[in-house]
Ligand binder design. Sequence first.
Ligand code: ZN
Length: 98
Amino acid sequence: MVLHKCDVCFTSFRYGDVLKSILLGYKPLTCSKCSVELKVTIASRVLTSVLTILIPLIVAFNIASEPIYQVAIFLLFGFGVSFFLPFIIRYSSRSPLK
Ligand SMILES: [Zn+2]
């Protein structure tokens, strides 16, 4: 698994910086070498929602029948997936809305 690299100078971002960006509501990353600001792509936001909400919901409702276990599985699965997001999520120096 490879962490995202800067669009401009191809410097790799650190795992902790990317995870922090995700946990702070997709805060833009700033490259430590060329200072360019990178924003999360729309496709990555959609993928993140599917991986942390939709798939854990489907798994929880298929594995457990008791609501308390469904909630526990949903939270554990969603929390566990979050640690893999820095390897999946993609950033772009171009505005995602342009
Ligand atoms: Zn850079």
